[in-house]
Design a protein around this ligand. Structure first.
Ligand code: NDP
Length: 314
């Protein structure tokens, strides 16, 4: 198949939303081009077991699930490409989108499925120890912390999942939670609280990290701003962030309306954005559900919306 830089549907993002949109649009003969971005497979490639994706009664690993979705998209002829989108021009159709290698793609419709990226606390020390003890992905980097001491920051499902994963490798895991409760689902909370080598530090914030070149510990404050305020240090070799995500919408902002957190706003009950012919699917437009299955579902909806749009405008 010769390479073309014109498509009826350009899909930006290689996660469950993007691949599902590719499956549907290629079956609808829109001959989609999909750019997979920096992390093909998206966030699921950094998770371990996915137990709640329908159709896998025994569970499936995140990377395997993404590989299955990718293959399914390829089977119907989706043109999957590596690379990022650096610039968009949504002034007129066909839209013009520029990749990081300087190629220009012309597209009649665009489906934005760029997902969201891990958030950091914003401490200067985080940058200093990045890759030297600081990480936002336990499944990527946990291996380096066998029999060591680590901390995970966050109280949601991601933090609990990461703490549990690390507890099977590391000698000791601290879970640093800023409130006095875990936000994670009950089942995850129970697993974490039952685990002997996980200690949950409630009402606690991290104020600094220290170490001679590599990370050696964290400075914490408990009950900040109250009479019981207490500052102390813990010795750790690894510091894992699991405090939520920031949507990857920067490149689209000149055209696409976003909310105060940066998530794409969908003004109607469809996946249409404020720009006609541009649709959004997955976590990039969903601060609420953020599940693989909801991302896949919205990828399907965006594909159907794009197909209808093409039909109406041809
Ligand atoms: P969440 O937004 O659910 O949780 C983020 C956590 O980080 C909260 O405990 C929050 O604290 C804490 N936090 C945020 N900012 C800071 C900060 N500056 N300092 C300290 N703590 C901070 O994000 P998740 O990534 O955990 O989950 C996102 C979505 O994905 C959820 O819907 C979740 O259910 C889902 N998910 C599902 C999984 C599964 O079902 N297997 C696995 C992983 C995620 P606070 O509570 O105080 O706001």
């Amino acid at each position: 198949m010769s390479k073309t830089n014109y498509t009826k549907c350009l899909i930006i993002g290689g996660g469950p939303a993007g691949y599902t949109a590719a499956i549907y649009t290629s079956r609808a003969n829109l001959m989609p081009i999909l750019y997979e971005g920096m992390q093909p497979g998206g966030q699921l490639t950094t998770t371990t077991e996915v137990e709640n994706f329908p159709g896998y009664p025994e569970g499936v690993t995140g990377p395997q699930l993404m590989e299955d979705l990718r293959k399914q998209a390829e089977r119907f002829g989706a043109d999957l490409r590596s690379g990022q989108i650096e610039k968009v021009n949504f002034d007129h159709r066909p839209f013009i989108v520029t990749t990081d290698s300087g190629e220009e793609i012309q597209a009649e419709t665009v489906i934005i499925a760029t997902g969201a990226s891990a958030r950091y606390l914003g401490l200067p020390d985080e940058q200093e120890y990045m890759g030297m003890g600081v990480s936002a992905c336990a499944t990527c980097d946990g291996f380096f912390y066998r029999k060591k001491k680590v901390a995970v920051v966050g109280g949601g499902d991601t933090a609990c999942e990461e703490a549990l994963y690390l507890s099977s490798l590391a000698e000791k895991v601290y879970l640093i939670v800023r409130k006095d409760y875990l936000r994670a689902s009950k089942v995850m909370q129970r697993r974490v609280l039952d685990k002997e080598n996980i200690t949950v530090l409630f009402n606690t914030n991290t104020v600094g990290l220290f170490g001679d070149e590599v990370l050696e510990g964290a400075k914490l404050v408990e009950n900040a701003g109250t009479e019981k305020e207490q500052h102390y240090e813990i010795s750790i070799d690894g510091f894992f962030l699991a405090i939520g995500h920031t949507p990857n919408t920067e490149v689209f902002k000149p055209y696409i309306a976003t909310d105060e957190q940066g998530y794409i706003v969908l003004p109607t009950a469809t996946t249409a954005t404020n720009v006609e012919g541009v649709f959004a699917a997955g976590d990039v437009a969903d601060s609420r559900y953020q599940q693989a299955i909801t991302a896949a579902g919205s990828g399907c909806r965006a594909a159907i919306d794009a197909e209808r749009y093409i039909m109406e405008h041809e």
